[in-house]
Design a protein around this ligand. Structure first.
Ligand SMILES: C[S@@+](CC[C@H](N)C(=O)[O-])C[C@H]1O[C@@H](n2cnc3c(N)ncnc32)[C@H](O)[C@@H]1O
Length: 245
């Protein structure tokens, strides 16, 4: 005999799926926002799955922008979030994201490298750095190394660094949203070769983790494990699970 409740469950879900699909077709940014929330969920799920759960962490987000593209997605999960950006308007708006947020305006590379006293210690640092080319003289997150490791809490047994990790720069550059002026792209490729220690353009998580472990050790940390949290075909969050060396 047919079960009415099974049919009701099926058709209400069909209606919800149809409604959400229609909404994202009509307003593509809605789809982006759903996806961003999922990316953040994956970050926290992978931390737990690898044995490095983050419960109410204190987060540093040195390239936060206004926080409206990605950073807002983790706020429900955190104890506090310190958002920093070089753009004054972005950071003014980031300050309006809610009571858990503290903001600092400035050059985050300089803040980290020079030991700015406004920085604290954090359970999770997210480097959502610019992706393509060279930006104001900086390339990806390389200039934050190894200083960024100084700002991890060392009393918790472990900490996590999440960073924008480009696996395939050529594929990224072929996407009109990420196209970079040729000179800037060439300079980025040169800096990547130096940092990762290879002329390979495609960088695997294993090659990346080895380079980050080299940097982490300079500050007394080691990359105990790592995981890739996908964001797009060509860049992801690489999660580095860190323990004291
Ligand atoms: C990919 S966007 C970040 C997006 C952001 N997480 C969000 O949720 O909207 C990178 C940000 O890094 C900032 N940035 C670039 N160089 C910087 C620097 N030297 N110091 C601080 N922020 C910087 C840019 O202004 C930009 O807002």
């Amino acid at each position: 005999m047919a079960s009415f409740s099974t049919d009701l469950h099926y058709w209400t879900r069909r209606a919800a799926i149809g409604g959400i699909s229609g909404l994202t077709r009509a307003l593509p940014p809605v789809g982006n926002y759903l996806r961003v929330r999922f990316h953040i969920d994956i970050v926290f799920w992978l931390c737990a799955a690898h044995g490095y759960p983050l419960r109410n962490p204190d987060i540093l987000d040195p390239f936060s922008g206004a926080g409206i593209n990605m950073s807002h997605g983790y706020l429900e999960r955190v104890n506090s979030a310190h958002l920093c950006d070089i753009n004054e308007d972005y950071i003014r708006l980031a300050g309006k994201l809610g009571p858990k947020v503290r903001t600092t305006h400035g050059d985050s590379f300089a803040m980290m490298n020079q030991g700015d006293p406004r920085l604290g210690r954090y359970d999770l640092i997210i480097l959502d750095n610019n992706l393509g080319g060279v930006y104001a003289g900086f390339c990806e997150h390389f200039d934050a190394m190894p200083a960024v490791f100084r700002y991890l809490k060392d009393d918790a047994g472990y900490a996590v660094l999440a960073l924008n990790f480009i696996t395939d720069p050529d594929l990224m550059d072929s996407d009109p949203r990420f196209r970079t002026p040729p000179e800037s792209f060439a300079e980025q490729m040169r800096r990547r070769a130096v940092f990762y220690g290879t002329d390979e353009r495609r960088i695997t998580p294993r090659i990346g983790a080895a380079a980050y472990d080299r940097e982490a050790r300079k500050e007394g940390w080691t990359v105990a494990d790592y995981a890739l949290a996908p964001r797009a075909e060509f860049f992801h969050f690489l999660l580095l699970f860190l323990r004291r060396a």
